[in-house]
Structure formats: structure tokens, C-alpha cells
Design a protein around this ligand. Structure first.
Ligand SMILES: [Zn+2]
Length: 229
């Protein structure tokens, strides 16, 4: 087969290579193997992955669109730092957008959706230390409520905000207060959201949802301050 450079789309094998590089970089950044604020050399990454610079650059571009890294002129990228301002900014946007969506979503919640949220919450309650499973179950819980009312733009913006807050959760999990009381309090907050949804109490659900985002933000800010000490 002759190599063509003028094709409209790239071959699947190239795409899946980019997927794999993106996934691996994301994993290394989320678990702190590549530290926040550190510089990544594209040349070194190519050596470590044993691939050309094309998939590495493409992977970094994707991560840049998620706010995880910034590409620098030349051959490097910088991993986004964790900061209290950034964290508060993410949460204030989430409160604005999600409060509005919860009001829209509540009257439409059916038994199957609430069942999905309930299953996600039960799973969430059993996970202690595995950040990616914890984040996935937590994400599934909140997404179950909002899925039906998300427009394309809402979804894009929320995914970005969720990914950004998940990064804080991943990196700060070991610093979060994991005492039994705190853990139970977090499960109770989700349980309360579910009960308000079952009862169709829209306004109370909205307020509890915002209060829940507030307490998640406070817990992460405390963990961030403890880590910086
Ligand atoms: Zn939650």
C-alpha cells in the first residue's frame, strides 16, 4: 500500500496509538507520577514510548484542550499546577451550571434513572483508595441525574469541569480526610440528594446539590493546603 499524505482522515492505527499515548500520559499525570507544574520533554516522551513525535504531540494537544497541560514553543509541555484559585474557579462554575441543570432535570427523573444513580452510589460507598474507580462511580452518580437534560454545549463544558475537578480528587485523595466520619458524611450527602430526587423536591435538591459541591470544594481546599505545608 502506498503511503498517502493527502488523505482526509488519518488511519485508525495512528488514532489508536494517539489514544494509547493520551491514556498513559493521563494516568501518569493523574496519579502524580508526572508531578503538577513539571515540564515534560517531547523528545524524552518519544523515547520512553518508543514512538514518533506525531502521536506524542497529538496526545499533548488533547490534554491541553482539557486544561491538563500547556504546550510550550519548542519541544516541551508543562503540567498544570494545582492551585486554590483554580479549584475555586472550577467549583464556582460547576455550582452555576449544575444548579440550573438540576432544576431542569428533577421533574424528568424516572425510576430507571434513580436506580442508576442508586447503583453508582452503592459502588462509590464501597471504594476506599482507588482514585480512578472512585472518580468513575462518583461521576456516574452525578451524571445519572443530569444526562437527560444536557445539551451538547452543557456536556462539553461540564465534562471539562468534571475532568478538572477529578484531577484534584485524584491527586489529593491521600490527603483528604479519610476518617470514618468524613467518609460517612460524604455518603450521606449523596444519599440525601437521591432522597430529594425521589421525592421530586426540586428546589431543595438544587440547594442540597450546591451545598454538596461546596463541601467537596472545602474538603479539597483543605487537602490542598495540607499538601502544600
Ligand atoms: Zn458528589
Amino acid at each position: 500500500m502506498t503511503a498517502r499524505t493527502d488523505t482526509r482522515v488519518r488511519s485508525i492505527s495512528h488514532r489508536s496509538l494517539v489514544d494509547r499515548v493520551t491514556e498513559e500520559l493521563q494516568r501518569a499525570i493523574l496519579n502524580g507520577d508526572i508531578a503538577p507544574g513539571s515540564t515534560i520533554s517531547i523528545v524524552e516522551l518519544c523515547k520512553e514510548f518508543d514512538v514518533s513525535h506525531i502521536p506524542v504531540r497529538e496526545a499533548l494537544r488533547r490534554l491541553e484542550s482539557e486544561g491538563v497541560v500547556s504546550l510550550r514553543p519548542g519541544r516541551s509541555a508543562v503540567v498544570a499546577s494545582l492551585s486554590a484559585d483554580d479549584l475555586s474557579n472550577i467549583y464556582s462554575l460547576r455550582k452555576l451550571i449544575e444548579a440550573d441543570l438540576v432544576v431542569k432535570a428533577t421533574p424528568r427523573l424516572d425510576a430507571a434513572t434513580l436506580e442508576r444513580a442508586d447503583a453508582a452510589m452503592k459502588e462509590y460507598a464501597t471504594i476506599e483508595r482507588e482514585a480512578s474507580r472512585l472518580a468513575a462511580a462518583h461521576h456516574a452518580f452525578h451524571a445519572a441525574f443530569l444526562d437527560d437534560v444536557l445539551g451538547t454545549a452543557d456536556r462539553r463544558v461540564l465534562e471539562l469541569l468534571w475532568t478538572s475537578s477529578d484531577r484534584y480528587l485524584h491527586l489529593l485523595l491521600s490527603d483528604l480526610d479519610k476518617g470514618p466520619e468524613k467518609t460517612q458524611a460524604r455518603i450521606d450527602e449523596h444519599q440525601e440528594l437521591l432522597e430529594l430526587a425521589r421525592a421530586g423536591r426540586t428546589e431543595e435538591l438544587r440547594d442540597a446539590w450546591v451545598a454538596h459541591l461546596d463541601s467537596s470544594e472545602q474538603a479539597l481546599l483543605q487537602a490542598l493546603a495540607a499538601r502544600d505545608k
